[in-house]
Design a protein. Structure first.
Length: 367
C-alpha cells in the first residue's frame, strides 16, 4: 500500500498519476461564483458531483452556499457525516432500503428529496412517518430536457396536491434542469430558450401558490447555464457546482466565462517513441475523456491525440519536443465529474507545493 505524501511536498515530486487541485484557482472560482449569486439575489446550492468531498463543500459554505446538491442518498450521507446538513438529493429515490435511509438521514440532517411521481412520494412518506420524522420534498418539472420530471401544468399540480397531503413529507418547492440548452452557441438564443424553460417553472409555482401549496424553493441552473438562469426572477437557488474547477467542457463547449481551470492530473512521460510523440502514464483509468479531451498545461499547441486504458499519447510541438522520459506533465481535466470518481484522493496544492490531501469520500457511493 502506498503512503500518502506529506504537506510541503513539491507538486512535481508527487507520484503519478495524481489528481491535483490548484487551491488558489479553486478558491477564486468559489469566490466568483458566490459573489455572482449574491449580486443577483440567488441562493447557491452547488452540486457536489464534481468533488464529492466535504472539505470542499465547507469551503463553498464559507463563501455563502446554503448547502449542497447530491445525486445519491449515499452521497448525502457522506456530506451529513462531514457536517453539511442542508442537502438536496436531486435524483428520484426508489426502493425500501433507500427510503429508509432517507428517513434515518432526517434525524441528523435536513435533506430535500426530488420526486416526479406519486409512486416515489408514498413510500418515502410512509417510511418518514413511521420513523417520526418529516422530510422536505420538491417536485422536478420537465422543462424540456425530457429525461425525468413531471410535466408542467395539470400533471404537476395534481402531484403537488397529492404530495402535500402525505404525512411525513413537507412540500417546499420545485426544480427543473435546463440541461438540453447548455450547448446553445448564440448567447442571445441561449438566454431566450432558458427564459422560456424557466417560465414553465414560474407558471407552475404561481399555480401552486394560487392553490395554497407551498413553493418557497425554485431550484435550477447547472454550471453550463447558471450565468443565464440567474437572471430569471422566479428562480430562488442555483445548483451550479462544476464551476469551481471550470473544466474545458464548460468553457469551450458551453461558453462559461470568468472562471479558470482548477483541476489537473499530474502525469509522467513513460515513452518517447518518436520526436513529436510522447506517451504518459495517465489513460482512461485516470482521466475520462468522453465529455472533453484533457488539455496539456504549459505546453501550448501540444495536444492529446489518443487515450487507451493506461496511456495518454501527446502530439508535441515547440518546447514540448524536449520532453524526456521521467518528465512530469499536467493535464487539465476535461470534465471533473467523470474523472473524480476514478480517484481516491485530491492533492490540494498551492504555488506548486502540496498543502493538503483530501479523501474523495463520496467516490463509489452508488446507492
Amino acid at each position: 500500500m502506498s503512503t500518502l505524501p506529506s504537506p510541503g511536498t513539491p507538486q512535481a515530486d508527487l507520484d503519478t498519476p495524481s489528481l491535483c487541485i490548484d487551491l488558489d484557482v479553486m478558491e477564486a472560482n468559489i469566490s466568483r461564483m458566490a459573489s455572482f449569486m449574491t449580486e443577483r439575489g440567488k441562493q447557491w446550492r452547488p452540486h457536489e458531483k464534481c468533488h464529492k468531498t466535504p472539505e470542499i463543500a465547507h469551503r463553498q459554505r464559507a463563501a455563502g452556499a446554503i448547502g449542497v446538491t447530491c445525486a445519491k442518498v449515499s452521497e448525502a450521507e457522506v456530506m451529513a457525516a462531514g457536517g453539511i446538513t442542508d442537502i438536496l438529493v436531486a435524483n428520484m429515490i426508489v426502493g425500501a432500503p433507500k427510503v429508509q435511509r432517507v428517513a434515518r438521514l432526517c434525524e441528523t440532517a435536513d435533506p430535500i428529496i426530488a420526486l416526479d411521481h406519486f409512486a416515489q412520494a408514498q413510500p418515502l412518506a410512509a417510511a418518514c412517518h413511521e420513523a417520526g420524522v418529516s422530510c422536505r420534498v420538491i417536485l422536478e418539472i420537465n422543462v424540456g430536457l425530457d429525461r425525468v420530471g413531471v410535466l408542467p401544468g395539470r400533471d404537476a399540480i395534481e402531484l403537488a396536491r397529492a404530495t402535500a397531503e402525505l404525512d411525513g413529507l413537507r412540500l417546499v418547492g420545485i426544480m427543473g434542469y435546463e440541461g438540453h440548452l447548455l450547448k446553445v452557441e448564440d448567447p442571445d438564443d441561449k438566454r431566450t430558450q432558458i427564459n422560456a424553460a424557466m417560465r414553465l417553472l414560474e407558471e407552475t409555482r404561481d399555480t401552486m401558490r394560487d392553490e395554497g401549496l407551498c413553493c418557497d424553493i425554485v431550484s435550477a441552473g447547472g454550471t453550463g447555464s447558471y450565468q443565464f438562469t440567474s437572471d430569471c426572477p422566479s428562480v430562488t437557488e442555483l445548483q451550479a457546482g462544476g464551476g469551481i474547477f471550470a473544466d474545458p467542457m464548460y468553457q469551450l463547449q458551453m461558453g462559461v466565462t470568468g472562471l479558470e481551470y482548477g483541476l489537473t492530473v499530474l502525469a509522467t512521460v513513460v515513452s518517447r517513441p518518436e520526436k513529436n510523440r510522447a506517451v504518459l502514464d495517465s489513460g482512461r483509468k485516470t482521466l475520462n475523456p468522453d465529455a472533453h479531451l484533457p488539455l496539456v498545461k504549459n505546453h501550448p499547441g501540444t495536444e492529446v491525440v489518443r487515450m487507451s486504458a493506461e496511456h495518454c499519447e501527446l502530439s508535441l510541438v515547440d518546447d514540448a519536443v524536449d520532453l524526456t522520459i521521467g518528465d512530469k506533465v499536467e493535464l487539465i481535466v476535461g470534465y471533473a465529474d467523470f474523472t473524480t470518481v476514478l480517484h481516491d484522493h485530491f492533492f490540494a496544492c498551492r504555488g506548486g507545493v502540496l498543502e493538503e490531501v483530501w479523501e474523495i469520500a463520496g467516490r463509489g457511493k452508488l446507492h
